[in-house]
Design a protein around this ligand. Structure first.
Ligand code: SAM
Length: 264
């Protein structure tokens, strides 16, 4: 009898499914995470279990969140003998991470993120950061370049300053399209984000609003962008000793914080 070629469903573009197939990169990601047997580690989008398999072998408790209903039975079958495996069938954007029981106060999270929602997931993780010690994330290379852009770099934007405020970001390595199946069109990069335990942001909502408005039109001056938020923007910038004709991308995190403390 002819053997069936594969029981696995086709990769779904709509769910950002580019599965890692290169064992070297799979091992490299896991070795950056250093999973310990007593830890709880969350994985977003286990897919066909490429990272999950190695994570489970470490003995850590793995809580995997997968949205694709077709992958659920495959993952359940693959890891049915693993007592340290828990699968949550949900949209990671809707998961309340505070509800996931854990063995330590702050959990680690790893994900080869579906690109179509990677920024939204990152923002959600930052909102719920008190649950986590660190995130090891595979993202599009250009997103990682944006996150790690220093003041003065044109790539610097809302996401850069948001991440910088709450995490220490370290780009780890690049990953070529050939490491995945199907191969994406662009390169990826893996980044470590260590959650700062004591971020010095005074008023988080105002801070987010400030950087959002500040970067609203990147080609405009900081003064023109900030007028959207503060009628007395010129005076605030003067008090902070920030030249009003600078662009948002040139400001450091400390300068954004200064604006917050001088805004009244
Ligand atoms: N971790 C696997 C790997 O490295 O081979 C799969 C990575 S693939 C880029 C992204 C995975 O995230 C897919 O399994 C996809 O079904 C899943 N996914 C997509 N959107 C999701 C969402 N909103 N919540 C949870 N998982 C999602």
């Amino acid at each position: 009898m002819k053997k069936k070629r594969s029981e696995k469903p086709f990769a779904k573009k709509s769910l950002g499914q580019n599965f890692l197939i290169d064992q070297n990169y799979i091992s490299k990601i896991i070795s950056e995470l250093v999973p310990q047997p007593e830890e709880t580690i969350i994985e977003i989008g286990p897919g066909r279990g490429a990272l999950t398999k190695l994570l489970l072998e470490s003995g850590a408790k793995i809580v995997a969140i997968e949205l694709d209903q077709d992958l659920i039975p495959i993952l359940q079958k693959e890891f049915e003998d693993c007592e340290n495996f828990q699968l949550i069938e949900e949209d990671a954007l809707k998961v309340d991470f505070t509800k996931i029981p854990n063995s330590q106060i702050r959990k680690k999270l790893v994900a080869n993120l579906p690109y179509y929602i990677s920024t939204a997931i990152l923002q959600r993780l930052i909102e719920q950061r008190e649950q986590f010690s660190e995130f090891i994330l595979m993202l599009q290379k250009e997103v990682v370049d944006r996150i790690t852009a220093k003041p003065g770099n044109r790539e610097r934007g809302y996401l850069t300053v948001l991440v910088e405020a709450f995490c220490e970001a370290d780009k780890l390595f690049d990953v070529p399209p050939t490491a995945f199946r199907p191969a994406p069109k662009v390169w990826s990069s893996v980044i470590r984000l260590r959650v700062k335990e004591n971020s010095s942001i005074e008023n988080e909502n105002l801070f987010k609003d400030l950087i959002s408005k500040g970067f609203a039109q990147k080609r405009k001056t900081i003064l023109n962008n900030l007028k959207l938020l503060f009628p007395n923007a010129f005076e605030i910038l003067q008090n902070c000793r920030i030249e009003p004709n600078r662009r948002a991308e040139s400001l450091s995190l400390e300068e954004w914080q200064k604006i917050i403390s001088h805004h009244k």
